[in-house]
Design a binder for this molecule. Structure first.
Ligand SMILES: Cc1ncc(COP(=O)(O)O)c(C=O)c1O
Length: 331
């Protein structure tokens, strides 16, 4: 099986902003993109992106999950990066157009079609280190993906990092390439030194998120996770899992969580932890590593509530359960 995100549909949807207006949706080859080497994005990182999925239902219909949320988040990231304003109706049309074109290629459960909208600054202007691009380009790539857990479910090991940061404090809620570049080195170091799968960034003891997922602590009937602020990415999966959990009668506490409380609660039998994100939905966390010591979460194995919540979301996405929150868009 090819690595997640390494196979692309041969065409993409694209639109260009010329400084005044957006061109209409065009469908072009996805094998290359022509840019001036002085393009703003290549020098000053005027770029943001999104990740969402389309699902094939048993009846053959293809549905996109919470597209409005991802479109709104790209618009917000663009605004915070001083990129041209995103036309949200246009971006929605670009997404539905390209998914409809490749509807027959959307894999059946447990696979799906990963959708990658991207917005980049295209103005050839290397003098604009401290000024925004006037022109830009949005494109939507498609990548069919298989079962994320094909190798079996394994409880992840997380290094709690209370000294470093994932990215600059004011950039946390922006889904921009630079944030991922910034988290890479600490993550590779944690992999090499303590065989961690991911770093859970906890600047000053405040439990935030990993390089590409939100963190949830599941203590019996209660889910505890950081309340939304500008320091981390507001995951669509986080919001979906919390909504389903509330709907199932669980208590959801969105508040500050500090390392000391996390380690204390994690030691209790039955406690669980998980990472939420579009790619994996909900991935179990079995071990926390802090200042050279390892702390199992509960019994250190894959948690039953984690699996139950993941199944509840997957069933809704694949149309096995009712779309009671109106989260699916028909293609
Ligand atoms: C830094 C970061 N946090 C959280 C998430 C989870 O967001 P979502 O659930 O919208 O995929 C992602 C993944 O997209 C991410 O890159």
């Amino acid at each position: 099986m090819a690595a997640f995100g390494s196979v692309f549909m041969p065409e993409m949807a694209i639109s260009w902003f010329d400084g005044t207006q957006w061109s209409g949706t065009e469908v072009v080859s996805s094998s290359s993109l022509q840019l001036h080497p002085g393009a703003h994005v290549l020098h000053y990182s005027s770029t943001c992106f999104e990740g969402l999925k389309a699902f094939r239902h048993e009846d053959g219909n293809v549905k996109i999950f919470r597209m409005d949320r991802n479109v709104a988040r790209l618009a917000q990231s663009s605004e915070l990066l001083s990129l041209p304003k995103v036309d949200q109706a246009l971006l929605s049309e670009m997404i539905t157009t390209i998914v409809a074109r490749f509807a027959a290629e959307v894999p059946a459960r447990p696979g799906s079609m990963y959708i990658r909208p991207t917005h980049i600054g295209t103005e050839a202007a290397i003098g604009k280190a401290a000024a925004p691009t006037t022109t830009s380009c949005m494109y939507v790539l498609l990548s069919p993906v298989g079962d994320y857990f094909a190798g079996g479910d394994r409880a992840l090991r997380l290094l709690l990092d209370d000294s470093g940061m994932r990215c600059a404090a004011h950039m946390g809620m922006v889904k921009s390439g630079g944030n991922y570049a910034s988290a890479l080195r600490p993550t590779l170091k944690a992999k090499a030194e303590v065989q961690a799968d991911q770093v859970l960034f906890c600047p000053g003891g405040d439990v935030q998120e990993t390089g590409a997922a939100n963190f949830l602590l599941i203590d019996g009937d209660e889910i505890i996770t950081k309340a939304l602020d500008s320091s981390f990415l507001h995951g669509v999966t986080r919001d979906s899992i919390l909504t389903l959990a509330r709907d199932a009668g669980m208590k959801v506490s969105e508040r500050e969580l500090r390392i000391e409380e996390l380690l204390e609660r994690a030691a209790k039998p039955g406690c669980e932890a998980a990472l939420s994100g579009t790619a994996a939905v909900l991935a179990p966390v079995g071990t926390l590593i802090h200042q050279g010591k390892e702390y199992p979460v509960g019994n250190g194995a894959v948690g039953a509530t984690t699996l139950k919540l993941r199944k509840a979301l997957n069933d809704l996405q694949w149309g096995v359960s009712e779309d009671k929150f109106g989260w699916l868009t028909q293609v």
